[in-house]
Design a protein around this ligand. Structure first.
Ligand SMILES: [Zn+2]
Length: 642
Protein backbone atom coordinates (compact mmCIF):
# COMPACT_ATOMS: atom_id res chain seq x y z
CA UNK A 1 0.00 0.00 0.00
CA UNK A 2 2.76 2.41 0.85
CA UNK A 3 3.69 3.87 -2.48
CA UNK A 4 4.77 7.20 -1.07
CA UNK A 5 7.67 8.67 -2.90
CA UNK A 6 9.72 11.35 -1.34
CA UNK A 7 10.06 13.40 -4.48
CA UNK A 8 6.44 14.47 -4.34
CA UNK A 9 6.11 18.18 -3.80
CA UNK A 10 3.18 19.61 -1.88
CA UNK A 11 2.75 23.34 -1.88
CA UNK A 12 0.38 25.27 0.37
CA UNK A 13 -2.69 26.81 -1.23
CA UNK A 14 -2.39 30.57 -1.63
CA UNK A 15 -4.17 32.49 1.11
CA UNK A 16 -6.95 33.84 -1.17
CA UNK A 17 -7.82 30.32 -2.35
CA UNK A 18 -9.29 29.48 1.04
CA UNK A 19 -12.31 31.15 2.68
CA UNK A 20 -12.24 30.70 6.44
CA UNK A 21 -15.12 30.69 8.91
CA UNK A 22 -15.52 29.09 12.33
CA UNK A 23 -12.92 29.62 15.05
CA UNK A 24 -10.18 30.80 12.72
CA UNK A 25 -12.66 32.99 10.84
CA UNK A 26 -13.46 34.62 14.16
CA UNK A 27 -9.76 35.22 14.86
CA UNK A 28 -9.37 36.70 11.37
CA UNK A 29 -12.32 39.01 11.99
CA UNK A 30 -10.56 40.32 15.10
CA UNK A 31 -7.42 40.91 13.03
CA UNK A 32 -9.42 42.79 10.39
CA UNK A 33 -11.33 44.73 13.07
CA UNK A 34 -8.39 45.80 15.19
CA UNK A 35 -5.05 43.96 15.07
CA UNK A 36 -3.94 44.94 11.57
CA UNK A 37 -4.50 48.61 12.25
CA UNK A 38 -3.08 48.35 15.76
CA UNK A 39 0.17 46.95 14.35
CA UNK A 40 0.61 49.92 12.01
CA UNK A 41 -0.31 52.37 14.78
CA UNK A 42 2.28 50.89 17.11
CA UNK A 43 4.96 50.96 14.40
CA UNK A 44 4.22 54.67 13.90
CA UNK A 45 4.26 55.36 17.66
CA UNK A 46 7.60 53.57 18.02
CA UNK A 47 9.10 55.85 15.34
CA UNK A 48 9.60 53.05 12.80
CA UNK A 49 7.87 54.92 9.98
CA UNK A 50 9.71 58.19 10.60
CA UNK A 51 12.91 56.15 10.58
CA UNK A 52 12.44 55.30 6.89
CA UNK A 53 11.17 58.75 5.87
CA UNK A 54 14.14 60.32 4.10
CA UNK A 55 12.42 63.71 4.11
CA UNK A 56 13.04 63.70 7.86
CA UNK A 57 16.38 63.59 9.68
CA UNK A 58 17.67 60.13 10.62
CA UNK A 59 16.13 58.83 13.86
CA UNK A 60 19.42 58.34 15.71
CA UNK A 61 19.64 55.75 18.43
CA UNK A 62 16.16 55.70 19.98
CA UNK A 63 16.57 52.39 21.83
CA UNK A 64 19.98 52.29 23.56
CA UNK A 65 22.66 49.80 22.51
CA UNK A 66 22.35 46.69 24.71
CA UNK A 67 25.09 44.50 26.25
CA UNK A 68 24.94 42.24 23.16
CA UNK A 69 26.27 45.09 21.05
CA UNK A 70 23.11 46.06 19.22
CA UNK A 71 19.59 47.32 19.83
CA UNK A 72 16.13 46.05 19.02
CA UNK A 73 15.84 49.20 16.90
CA UNK A 74 17.99 47.33 14.40
CA UNK A 75 14.99 45.07 13.68
CA UNK A 76 12.45 47.78 13.00
CA UNK A 77 12.31 46.80 9.34
CA UNK A 78 11.24 43.32 10.41
CA UNK A 79 8.34 44.68 12.46
CA UNK A 80 7.21 46.77 9.50
CA UNK A 81 7.63 43.79 7.18
CA UNK A 82 5.51 41.50 9.35
CA UNK A 83 2.90 44.23 9.85
CA UNK A 84 2.67 44.78 6.08
CA UNK A 85 2.27 41.03 5.69
CA UNK A 86 -0.57 40.94 8.23
CA UNK A 87 -2.35 43.86 6.56
CA UNK A 88 -1.96 42.12 3.19
CA UNK A 89 -3.68 38.94 4.41
CA UNK A 90 -6.39 40.95 6.15
CA UNK A 91 -7.19 42.67 2.83
CA UNK A 92 -8.19 39.32 1.31
CA UNK A 93 -10.84 38.94 3.92
CA UNK A 94 -12.03 42.50 3.99
CA UNK A 95 -11.10 45.44 1.76
CA UNK A 96 -9.81 48.38 3.78
CA UNK A 97 -8.74 51.26 1.51
CA UNK A 98 -7.53 53.35 4.46
CA UNK A 99 -5.20 50.63 5.71
CA UNK A 100 -4.04 49.85 2.18
CA UNK A 101 -3.22 53.53 1.60
CA UNK A 102 -1.15 53.59 4.78
CA UNK A 103 0.88 50.60 3.60
CA UNK A 104 1.29 52.17 0.15
CA UNK A 105 2.75 55.22 1.85
CA UNK A 106 5.24 53.11 3.80
CA UNK A 107 6.23 51.33 0.58
CA UNK A 108 6.79 54.70 -1.13
CA UNK A 109 9.15 55.62 1.70
CA UNK A 110 11.10 52.39 1.26
CA UNK A 111 11.34 53.10 -2.46
CA UNK A 112 12.81 56.54 -1.79
CA UNK A 113 15.19 55.18 0.84
CA UNK A 114 16.58 52.32 -1.25
CA UNK A 115 20.20 52.85 -2.30
CA UNK A 116 21.17 52.89 -5.98
CA UNK A 117 22.83 49.48 -5.56
CA UNK A 118 19.62 48.03 -4.13
CA UNK A 119 20.57 48.02 -0.45
CA UNK A 120 17.72 48.65 1.97
CA UNK A 121 17.86 48.80 5.75
CA UNK A 122 16.59 51.56 8.04
CA UNK A 123 19.34 51.19 10.62
CA UNK A 124 22.35 50.82 8.33
CA UNK A 125 21.25 53.54 5.95
CA UNK A 126 20.01 56.07 8.47
CA UNK A 127 21.83 55.43 11.76
CA UNK A 128 25.09 53.51 11.23
CA UNK A 129 25.81 53.53 7.48
CA UNK A 130 29.50 52.79 8.12
CA UNK A 131 28.58 49.49 9.79
CA UNK A 132 26.91 47.80 6.79
CA UNK A 133 27.77 44.03 6.58
CA UNK A 134 30.27 44.24 9.46
CA UNK A 135 28.48 42.08 12.02
CA UNK A 136 26.13 39.56 10.45
CA UNK A 137 26.23 37.49 13.63
CA UNK A 138 24.46 40.03 15.83
CA UNK A 139 22.89 42.78 13.79
CA UNK A 140 19.92 41.08 12.06
CA UNK A 141 20.69 42.72 8.73
CA UNK A 142 19.56 39.85 6.50
CA UNK A 143 16.80 38.99 8.97
CA UNK A 144 15.27 42.40 8.27
CA UNK A 145 15.59 41.79 4.53
CA UNK A 146 13.77 38.48 4.98
CA UNK A 147 10.76 39.98 6.70
CA UNK A 148 10.49 42.77 4.14
CA UNK A 149 10.62 40.12 1.38
CA UNK A 150 7.80 38.17 3.03
CA UNK A 151 5.79 41.36 3.39
CA UNK A 152 6.42 42.19 -0.27
CA UNK A 153 5.31 38.75 -1.48
CA UNK A 154 2.13 38.85 0.59
CA UNK A 155 1.28 42.42 -0.43
CA UNK A 156 1.81 41.65 -4.10
CA UNK A 157 -0.40 38.57 -3.86
CA UNK A 158 -3.10 40.47 -1.97
CA UNK A 159 -3.24 43.67 -3.99
CA UNK A 160 -1.47 42.90 -7.26
CA UNK A 161 0.76 45.91 -6.52
CA UNK A 162 4.36 45.16 -7.47
CA UNK A 163 6.24 48.10 -6.01
CA UNK A 164 7.49 46.51 -2.80
CA UNK A 165 8.08 43.22 -4.61
CA UNK A 166 10.25 45.01 -7.19
CA UNK A 167 12.11 46.82 -4.42
CA UNK A 168 12.86 43.54 -2.69
CA UNK A 169 13.86 41.85 -5.97
CA UNK A 170 16.37 44.68 -6.51
CA UNK A 171 17.65 44.19 -2.98
CA UNK A 172 17.85 40.41 -3.44
CA UNK A 173 19.69 40.83 -6.75
CA UNK A 174 22.18 42.98 -4.86
CA UNK A 175 22.47 40.26 -2.17
CA UNK A 176 23.34 37.77 -4.91
CA UNK A 177 26.31 40.01 -5.80
CA UNK A 178 27.42 40.51 -2.20
CA UNK A 179 27.12 36.90 -1.01
CA UNK A 180 28.73 33.91 -2.65
CA UNK A 181 31.86 31.85 -2.99
CA UNK A 182 33.48 34.09 -5.61
CA UNK A 183 36.35 36.56 -5.34
CA UNK A 184 35.44 39.51 -3.13
CA UNK A 185 32.11 38.06 -2.08
CA UNK A 186 31.05 37.46 1.52
CA UNK A 187 30.85 33.79 2.35
CA UNK A 188 28.47 34.52 5.23
CA UNK A 189 24.94 34.24 6.51
CA UNK A 190 22.75 35.92 9.11
CA UNK A 191 23.00 35.22 12.84
CA UNK A 192 19.21 35.28 12.93
CA UNK A 193 17.84 32.99 10.23
CA UNK A 194 14.79 34.14 8.27
CA UNK A 195 16.07 35.34 4.90
CA UNK A 196 16.37 31.70 3.75
CA UNK A 197 12.66 30.91 3.95
CA UNK A 198 11.82 34.39 2.63
CA UNK A 199 13.96 33.89 -0.48
CA UNK A 200 12.11 30.65 -1.17
CA UNK A 201 8.83 32.56 -1.06
CA UNK A 202 10.31 35.17 -3.40
CA UNK A 203 11.49 32.47 -5.79
CA UNK A 204 8.07 30.81 -5.80
CA UNK A 205 6.23 34.02 -6.58
CA UNK A 206 8.69 35.31 -9.21
CA UNK A 207 9.66 31.94 -10.70
CA UNK A 208 13.32 33.01 -10.34
CA UNK A 209 15.55 30.11 -9.31
CA UNK A 210 18.41 32.48 -8.46
CA UNK A 211 16.63 33.36 -5.20
CA UNK A 212 16.35 29.68 -4.30
CA UNK A 213 20.04 29.26 -5.00
CA UNK A 214 20.88 32.13 -2.65
CA UNK A 215 18.72 30.58 0.09
CA UNK A 216 20.48 27.26 -0.45
CA UNK A 217 23.87 29.01 -0.28
CA UNK A 218 23.03 30.52 3.13
CA UNK A 219 21.92 27.10 4.40
CA UNK A 220 24.90 25.20 2.98
CA UNK A 221 27.43 27.71 4.35
CA UNK A 222 26.03 27.86 7.89
CA UNK A 223 28.44 26.47 10.49
CA UNK A 224 31.17 25.50 8.03
CA UNK A 225 34.88 26.10 8.74
CA UNK A 226 36.75 28.39 8.61
CA UNK A 227 33.90 29.96 10.55
CA UNK A 228 32.47 33.08 8.99
CA UNK A 229 31.52 34.72 12.31
CA UNK A 230 35.09 34.32 13.57
CA UNK A 231 36.65 35.76 10.43
CA UNK A 232 34.12 38.57 10.35
CA UNK A 233 34.91 39.56 13.95
CA UNK A 234 38.66 39.64 13.24
CA UNK A 235 38.16 41.76 10.10
CA UNK A 236 36.01 44.11 12.18
CA UNK A 237 38.70 44.34 14.92
CA UNK A 238 36.44 42.67 17.47
CA UNK A 239 37.37 39.74 19.67
CA UNK A 240 35.85 36.61 18.13
CA UNK A 241 35.28 35.11 21.61
CA UNK A 242 33.82 38.09 23.38
CA UNK A 243 30.15 38.17 22.51
CA UNK A 244 26.90 38.02 24.41
CA UNK A 245 25.90 34.38 24.00
CA UNK A 246 29.44 32.95 23.85
CA UNK A 247 28.44 30.09 21.57
CA UNK A 248 27.53 29.73 17.91
CA UNK A 249 24.87 27.25 19.05
CA UNK A 250 22.78 30.31 19.87
CA UNK A 251 22.21 30.84 16.15
CA UNK A 252 22.57 27.17 15.11
CA UNK A 253 25.90 28.01 13.43
CA UNK A 254 28.08 25.69 15.56
CA UNK A 255 28.34 23.04 12.84
CA UNK A 256 27.10 22.49 9.28
CA UNK A 257 23.33 22.12 9.28
CA UNK A 258 23.37 18.57 7.90
CA UNK A 259 25.47 17.45 10.91
CA UNK A 260 23.18 19.00 13.50
CA UNK A 261 21.34 16.43 15.64
CA UNK A 262 20.22 18.43 18.63
CA UNK A 263 17.88 21.42 18.69
CA UNK A 264 19.86 24.17 20.43
CA UNK A 265 20.08 27.89 20.98
CA UNK A 266 17.54 30.61 20.34
CA UNK A 267 14.19 28.95 19.66
CA UNK A 268 12.85 31.30 16.99
CA UNK A 269 16.13 31.24 15.09
CA UNK A 270 16.11 27.44 15.15
CA UNK A 271 12.55 27.22 13.84
CA UNK A 272 13.22 29.69 11.03
CA UNK A 273 16.38 27.83 9.99
CA UNK A 274 14.64 24.45 9.92
CA UNK A 275 11.76 26.00 7.96
CA UNK A 276 14.19 27.27 5.34
CA UNK A 277 15.96 23.90 5.28
CA UNK A 278 12.65 22.08 4.79
CA UNK A 279 11.74 24.39 1.90
CA UNK A 280 15.10 23.79 0.24
CA UNK A 281 14.73 20.03 0.85
CA UNK A 282 11.40 20.15 -0.99
CA UNK A 283 12.60 22.36 -3.85
CA UNK A 284 15.85 20.45 -4.47
CA UNK A 285 14.60 17.00 -3.37
CA UNK A 286 17.52 17.11 -0.94
CA UNK A 287 17.34 13.93 1.18
CA UNK A 288 20.40 14.89 3.23
CA UNK A 289 18.54 17.93 4.53
CA UNK A 290 15.36 15.95 5.15
CA UNK A 291 17.31 13.35 7.12
CA UNK A 292 18.87 16.01 9.33
CA UNK A 293 15.46 17.60 9.84
CA UNK A 294 13.84 14.29 10.83
CA UNK A 295 16.47 13.83 13.54
CA UNK A 296 16.01 17.40 14.77
CA UNK A 297 12.23 16.96 14.74
CA UNK A 298 12.45 13.94 17.04
CA UNK A 299 14.88 15.74 19.30
CA UNK A 300 12.51 18.69 19.72
CA UNK A 301 9.21 16.88 20.02
CA UNK A 302 10.29 14.02 22.29
CA UNK A 303 12.55 15.92 24.68
CA UNK A 304 12.11 19.68 24.49
CA UNK A 305 8.51 20.69 23.78
CA UNK A 306 5.76 21.78 26.17
CA UNK A 307 2.39 20.08 25.82
CA UNK A 308 1.18 23.41 24.40
CA UNK A 309 3.69 23.25 21.56
CA UNK A 310 5.56 26.00 23.40
CA UNK A 311 9.33 25.74 22.99
CA UNK A 312 12.39 27.42 24.45
CA UNK A 313 11.90 27.37 28.25
CA UNK A 314 14.60 29.90 29.16
CA UNK A 315 14.55 33.69 28.99
CA UNK A 316 18.35 33.93 29.21
CA UNK A 317 18.88 32.70 25.66
CA UNK A 318 15.24 32.88 24.57
CA UNK A 319 15.75 29.25 23.85
CA UNK A 320 16.60 25.69 24.68
CA UNK A 321 18.26 24.40 27.83
CA UNK A 322 18.59 20.75 28.90
CA UNK A 323 16.47 17.84 27.79
CA UNK A 324 13.21 17.52 29.76
CA UNK A 325 13.68 20.93 31.38
CA UNK A 326 10.16 22.30 31.05
CA UNK A 327 9.36 24.63 33.96
CA UNK A 328 5.76 25.81 33.87
CA UNK A 329 5.49 29.15 35.65
CA UNK A 330 8.78 30.52 34.35
CA UNK A 331 8.33 29.12 30.83
CA UNK A 332 9.56 31.57 28.24
CA UNK A 333 7.87 29.73 25.35
CA UNK A 334 7.82 32.82 23.16
CA UNK A 335 4.79 33.22 20.92
CA UNK A 336 7.15 33.60 17.94
CA UNK A 337 8.76 30.25 18.73
CA UNK A 338 5.46 28.36 18.53
CA UNK A 339 4.59 30.32 15.38
CA UNK A 340 7.98 29.20 14.05
CA UNK A 341 7.22 25.59 14.96
CA UNK A 342 4.01 25.85 12.90
CA UNK A 343 6.09 27.20 10.01
CA UNK A 344 8.55 24.32 10.27
CA UNK A 345 5.91 21.60 10.66
CA UNK A 346 4.03 22.95 7.67
CA UNK A 347 7.15 22.87 5.53
CA UNK A 348 7.93 19.29 6.60
CA UNK A 349 4.67 18.45 4.84
CA UNK A 350 6.16 19.67 1.57
CA UNK A 351 7.39 16.16 0.84
CA UNK A 352 4.08 14.51 1.55
CA UNK A 353 1.36 14.37 4.19
CA UNK A 354 2.48 12.87 7.49
CA UNK A 355 0.68 13.35 10.79
CA UNK A 356 3.99 13.16 12.63
CA UNK A 357 4.36 16.79 11.55
CA UNK A 358 0.77 17.88 11.09
CA UNK A 359 -0.39 16.79 14.57
CA UNK A 360 2.32 18.92 16.16
CA UNK A 361 1.56 21.78 13.76
CA UNK A 362 -2.02 21.73 15.02
CA UNK A 363 -1.00 21.44 18.68
CA UNK A 364 1.43 24.38 18.47
CA UNK A 365 -0.97 26.47 16.40
CA UNK A 366 -3.99 26.09 18.70
CA UNK A 367 -2.10 26.42 21.96
CA UNK A 368 1.38 27.95 22.21
CA UNK A 369 0.85 30.23 19.21
CA UNK A 370 -2.82 31.25 19.34
CA UNK A 371 -2.55 32.17 23.03
CA UNK A 372 -0.39 35.09 21.84
CA UNK A 373 -3.42 37.09 20.68
CA UNK A 374 -6.36 38.13 22.87
CA UNK A 375 -9.87 37.33 21.67
CA UNK A 376 -10.53 40.99 20.86
CA UNK A 377 -7.29 41.14 18.85
CA UNK A 378 -5.95 44.04 20.89
CA UNK A 379 -3.40 42.59 23.32
CA UNK A 380 -0.53 40.11 23.07
CA UNK A 381 1.48 37.56 25.02
CA UNK A 382 5.23 37.42 24.48
CA UNK A 383 5.85 34.58 27.00
CA UNK A 384 3.37 31.73 27.28
CA UNK A 385 3.76 30.08 30.71
CA UNK A 386 1.68 27.03 31.67
CA UNK A 387 1.07 28.33 35.17
CA UNK A 388 0.49 31.82 36.49
CA UNK A 389 0.12 33.12 40.03
CA UNK A 390 -2.10 35.83 38.56
CA UNK A 391 0.41 38.44 37.42
CA UNK A 392 0.97 37.39 33.83
CA UNK A 393 -1.18 39.28 31.34
CA UNK A 394 -1.21 40.28 27.71
CA UNK A 395 0.29 43.67 27.00
CA UNK A 396 -0.49 46.30 24.37
CA UNK A 397 3.06 46.45 23.04
CA UNK A 398 6.60 45.40 23.85
CA UNK A 399 10.01 46.97 23.44
CA UNK A 400 10.81 44.07 21.09
CA UNK A 401 7.46 43.72 19.32
CA UNK A 402 8.26 40.60 17.32
CA UNK A 403 5.34 38.49 18.56
CA UNK A 404 2.20 40.58 17.77
CA UNK A 405 2.65 40.69 14.00
CA UNK A 406 3.95 37.11 13.97
CA UNK A 407 0.85 35.53 15.48
CA UNK A 408 -1.35 37.93 13.49
CA UNK A 409 0.22 37.03 10.15
CA UNK A 410 -0.04 33.31 10.94
CA UNK A 411 -3.73 33.41 11.87
CA UNK A 412 -4.53 35.77 8.98
CA UNK A 413 -2.98 33.31 6.50
CA UNK A 414 -4.16 30.08 8.16
CA UNK A 415 -5.92 28.84 5.01
CA UNK A 416 -2.59 28.08 3.42
CA UNK A 417 -1.66 25.87 6.39
CA UNK A 418 -4.90 23.92 6.16
CA UNK A 419 -4.57 22.70 2.60
CA UNK A 420 -1.70 21.72 0.29
CA UNK A 421 -1.73 20.33 -3.24
CA UNK A 422 0.56 18.20 -5.35
CA UNK A 423 -0.02 17.30 -8.99
CA UNK A 424 -2.57 14.60 -8.15
CA UNK A 425 -3.57 15.08 -4.54
CA UNK A 426 -4.99 17.54 -2.06
CA UNK A 427 -4.02 17.12 1.57
CA UNK A 428 -6.19 18.51 4.36
CA UNK A 429 -3.83 19.13 7.25
CA UNK A 430 -6.14 21.09 9.54
CA UNK A 431 -9.86 21.05 10.10
CA UNK A 432 -12.16 24.04 10.35
CA UNK A 433 -15.14 25.56 8.54
CA UNK A 434 -13.71 26.64 5.18
CA UNK A 435 -13.90 26.47 1.42
CA UNK A 436 -10.79 25.71 -0.67
CA UNK A 437 -10.40 26.33 -4.40
CA UNK A 438 -7.63 24.58 -6.28
CA UNK A 439 -6.67 23.02 -9.55
CA UNK A 440 -5.50 19.48 -10.21
CA UNK A 441 -4.47 18.44 -13.70
CA UNK A 442 -6.35 21.36 -15.25
CA UNK A 443 -9.57 20.63 -13.37
CA UNK A 444 -10.91 23.36 -11.10
CA UNK A 445 -12.16 21.95 -7.83
CA UNK A 446 -13.90 23.42 -4.83
CA UNK A 447 -13.75 21.55 -1.56
CA UNK A 448 -16.08 22.78 1.11
CA UNK A 449 -15.44 21.78 4.72
CA UNK A 450 -18.47 22.04 6.99
CA UNK A 451 -17.70 21.63 10.66
CA UNK A 452 -17.71 23.10 14.13
CA UNK A 453 -14.22 21.74 14.78
CA UNK A 454 -12.42 22.05 17.19
CA UNK A 455 -15.60 22.14 19.32
CA UNK A 456 -17.25 19.23 17.50
CA UNK A 457 -15.53 16.43 15.60
CA UNK A 458 -18.09 15.93 12.81
CA UNK A 459 -16.57 17.12 9.53
CA UNK A 460 -18.31 17.07 6.17
CA UNK A 461 -16.54 17.66 2.84
CA UNK A 462 -18.47 18.53 -0.32
CA UNK A 463 -16.76 18.31 -3.70
CA UNK A 464 -17.69 20.67 -6.53
CA UNK A 465 -16.07 20.44 -9.95
CA UNK A 466 -17.08 21.24 -13.51
CA UNK A 467 -15.75 17.93 -14.77
CA UNK A 468 -15.01 14.58 -13.18
CA UNK A 469 -11.36 14.20 -12.28
CA UNK A 470 -9.19 11.51 -10.75
CA UNK A 471 -7.18 12.63 -7.78
CA UNK A 472 -6.67 11.82 -4.13
CA UNK A 473 -8.05 13.62 -1.10
CA UNK A 474 -5.93 12.95 1.97
CA UNK A 475 -7.40 13.65 5.39
CA UNK A 476 -5.34 13.69 8.55
CA UNK A 477 -6.47 11.31 11.25
CA UNK A 478 -4.85 12.71 14.39
CA UNK A 479 -2.95 10.19 16.46
CA UNK A 480 -5.16 10.97 19.46
CA UNK A 481 -8.38 10.41 17.47
CA UNK A 482 -9.19 6.81 18.45
CA UNK A 483 -12.44 5.59 16.97
CA UNK A 484 -12.57 7.97 14.00
CA UNK A 485 -14.92 6.95 11.19
CA UNK A 486 -14.99 7.83 7.51
CA UNK A 487 -17.72 7.60 4.88
CA UNK A 488 -17.55 8.46 1.20
CA UNK A 489 -20.98 9.13 -0.30
CA UNK A 490 -22.50 7.57 2.83
CA UNK A 491 -20.53 4.33 2.40
CA UNK A 492 -18.24 3.43 5.29
CA UNK A 493 -14.55 3.20 4.44
CA UNK A 494 -12.20 1.02 6.47
CA UNK A 495 -9.79 3.63 7.78
CA UNK A 496 -6.92 1.23 8.44
CA UNK A 497 -6.83 0.10 4.82
CA UNK A 498 -6.57 3.61 3.37
CA UNK A 499 -4.41 5.30 5.98
CA UNK A 500 -0.82 6.13 5.10
CA UNK A 501 1.41 8.09 7.48
CA UNK A 502 -1.70 9.03 9.46
CA UNK A 503 -3.67 10.33 6.48
CA UNK A 504 -6.73 8.61 5.02
CA UNK A 505 -6.00 8.76 1.30
CA UNK A 506 -9.07 8.45 -0.92
CA UNK A 507 -8.16 8.22 -4.58
CA UNK A 508 -11.03 8.00 -7.03
CA UNK A 509 -12.83 9.82 -9.81
CA UNK A 510 -14.36 12.75 -7.99
CA UNK A 511 -17.49 14.44 -9.33
CA UNK A 512 -19.72 17.25 -8.15
CA UNK A 513 -21.96 16.17 -5.30
CA UNK A 514 -19.47 13.66 -3.92
CA UNK A 515 -19.03 14.03 -0.21
CA UNK A 516 -17.02 12.69 2.67
CA UNK A 517 -18.05 12.44 6.30
CA UNK A 518 -15.23 12.25 8.79
CA UNK A 519 -16.02 11.86 12.45
CA UNK A 520 -13.28 12.50 14.97
CA UNK A 521 -14.19 11.73 18.60
CA UNK A 522 -13.33 14.61 20.90
CA UNK A 523 -13.42 12.95 24.31
CA UNK A 524 -11.35 14.72 26.96
CA UNK A 525 -8.08 12.93 27.65
CA UNK A 526 -5.56 13.25 30.44
CA UNK A 527 -1.91 13.44 29.46
CA UNK A 528 1.01 12.57 31.67
CA UNK A 529 4.54 13.80 31.13
CA UNK A 530 7.63 11.61 30.83
CA UNK A 531 8.85 11.15 34.45
CA UNK A 532 12.09 12.87 33.41
CA UNK A 533 10.13 16.14 33.30
CA UNK A 534 10.52 16.89 37.00
CA UNK A 535 8.16 19.86 36.90
CA UNK A 536 5.16 17.73 35.87
CA UNK A 537 5.67 14.80 38.25
CA UNK A 538 2.37 13.66 39.75
CA UNK A 539 0.41 15.94 37.45
CA UNK A 540 -1.83 15.65 34.42
CA UNK A 541 -2.84 17.97 31.61
CA UNK A 542 -6.27 17.82 30.05
CA UNK A 543 -6.72 17.89 26.30
CA UNK A 544 -9.78 17.73 24.09
CA UNK A 545 -9.11 17.48 20.38
CA UNK A 546 -6.15 19.72 19.56
CA UNK A 547 -6.74 21.99 22.53
CA UNK A 548 -4.87 21.97 25.82
CA UNK A 549 -7.13 22.95 28.69
CA UNK A 550 -6.35 24.90 31.84
CA UNK A 551 -8.08 26.02 35.01
CA UNK A 552 -8.48 29.71 35.75
CA UNK A 553 -9.28 31.45 39.01
CA UNK A 554 -12.27 33.21 37.47
CA UNK A 555 -14.05 29.85 37.19
CA UNK A 556 -12.50 27.97 40.09
CA UNK A 557 -11.42 30.47 42.74
CA UNK A 558 -7.84 30.93 43.90
CA UNK A 559 -5.32 28.24 44.88
CA UNK A 560 -5.58 26.17 41.74
CA UNK A 561 -2.93 23.82 43.09
CA UNK A 562 -5.53 22.65 45.62
CA UNK A 563 -7.29 20.92 42.73
CA UNK A 564 -6.69 17.21 42.15
CA UNK A 565 -8.05 15.62 39.01
CA UNK A 566 -9.88 12.43 39.97
CA UNK A 567 -12.58 10.08 38.83
CA UNK A 568 -13.85 9.20 35.43
CA UNK A 569 -13.07 11.57 32.56
CA UNK A 570 -16.04 10.12 30.72
CA UNK A 571 -18.20 11.82 33.36
CA UNK A 572 -16.97 15.21 32.12
CA UNK A 573 -19.63 17.62 30.88
CA UNK A 574 -19.09 20.20 28.19
CA UNK A 575 -20.57 23.70 28.16
CA UNK A 576 -20.27 26.52 25.66
CA UNK A 577 -18.96 29.72 27.19
CA UNK A 578 -20.52 32.77 25.55
CA UNK A 579 -17.87 35.11 27.00
CA UNK A 580 -15.21 33.03 25.22
CA UNK A 581 -16.97 33.16 21.87
CA UNK A 582 -18.63 29.80 22.24
CA UNK A 583 -15.52 27.94 23.35
CA UNK A 584 -16.27 24.56 24.90
CA UNK A 585 -15.45 24.32 28.60
CA UNK A 586 -15.11 20.99 30.40
CA UNK A 587 -16.59 20.49 33.87
CA UNK A 588 -14.93 17.57 35.56
CA UNK A 589 -15.03 15.85 38.98
CA UNK A 590 -12.08 16.81 41.18
CA UNK A 591 -10.95 16.66 44.77
CA UNK A 592 -9.98 19.88 46.40
CA UNK A 593 -7.87 20.63 49.46
CA UNK A 594 -9.98 22.43 52.06
CA UNK A 595 -8.79 25.95 52.85
CA UNK A 596 -9.30 25.40 56.64
CA UNK A 597 -5.59 25.09 57.32
CA UNK A 598 -5.02 27.70 59.99
CA UNK A 599 -1.98 29.93 60.36
CA UNK A 600 0.83 27.37 60.58
CA UNK A 601 3.23 27.32 57.67
CA UNK A 602 3.96 23.61 58.20
CA UNK A 603 2.23 20.87 60.12
CA UNK A 604 2.29 17.09 60.41
CA UNK A 605 -1.19 16.39 59.01
CA UNK A 606 -2.13 16.86 55.37
CA UNK A 607 -5.03 19.13 54.38
CA UNK A 608 -8.50 17.62 54.33
CA UNK A 609 -10.13 17.31 50.94
CA UNK A 610 -13.63 17.49 49.56
CA UNK A 611 -15.17 16.46 46.28
CA UNK A 612 -16.34 18.95 43.73
CA UNK A 613 -16.02 19.87 40.11
CA UNK A 614 -13.60 22.12 38.30
CA UNK A 615 -14.11 24.00 35.07
CA UNK A 616 -11.40 23.69 32.43
CA UNK A 617 -11.21 26.16 29.52
CA UNK A 618 -9.04 26.15 26.40
CA UNK A 619 -5.52 27.32 27.26
CA UNK A 620 -5.22 29.72 24.28
CA UNK A 621 -8.28 31.60 25.57
CA UNK A 622 -7.03 32.17 29.11
CA UNK A 623 -6.64 35.72 30.44
CA UNK A 624 -9.53 36.97 28.35
CA UNK A 625 -11.89 37.44 31.30
CA UNK A 626 -11.20 38.35 34.96
CA UNK A 627 -7.43 38.33 35.43
CA UNK A 628 -6.10 35.76 37.88
CA UNK A 629 -4.30 32.47 38.44
CA UNK A 630 -4.02 29.85 35.70
CA UNK A 631 -2.76 26.27 35.70
CA UNK A 632 -2.33 23.63 32.98
CA UNK A 633 -0.66 20.73 34.82
CA UNK A 634 -2.98 19.95 37.72
CA UNK A 635 -2.33 17.40 40.44
CA UNK A 636 -3.41 13.95 39.27
CA UNK A 637 -5.34 11.62 41.60
CA UNK A 638 -6.94 8.29 40.74
CA UNK A 639 -8.13 8.73 37.18
CA UNK A 640 -10.79 6.71 35.40
CA UNK A 641 -10.84 4.47 38.48
CA UNK A 642 -14.33 5.03 39.79
ZN1 LIG B 1 8.44 37.19 19.44
Amino acid sequence: MNTMKRDRQFRPLPVPSVDIQGLFGDRQEAICDTTAETLLDRCVEAGMVDAIDVSKPGPGIVIPIQPWGGTTQMFWDSDLGKSIETVAYSLYRRANPKLEARVDEIIDMYEKMQDADGYLNAWFQRVQPERRWTNLRDHHELYCAGHLIEGAVAYFQATGKRKLLDIMCRYSDYLIKVFGRGEGQLRGYCGHEEVELALVRLARVTGQKKYLDLAKFFIDERGTEPHFFTGEAIRDHRSAEDFHQKTYEYGQAHEPVRDQKKVVGHAVRAMYLYSGMADIATEYNDDSLTQALETLWDDLTTKQMYVTGGIGPAASNEGFTDYYDLPNESAYAETCASVGLVFWANRMLGRGPNRRYADIMEQALYNGAMSGLSLDGKTFFYENPLESGGKHHRWVWHHCPCCPPNIARLLASIGSYMYAVSEDEIAVHLYGESKARFDIGGTAIELQQKTDYPWNGAIRFDVQTDKTGRFAISLRIPEWADGSTLKVNRKAVDLASVTIDGYARIERDWASGDHIDLDIPLSPRALFANPLVRQDAGRAALMRGPLVYCVEATDNGKQLNAIELTGNLAAAKTTEIAELRGAVAIDIPVKRDEPDWGTALYRTTPPSTKKGTARFVPYPFWDNREPGEMLVWVRAGELNGE
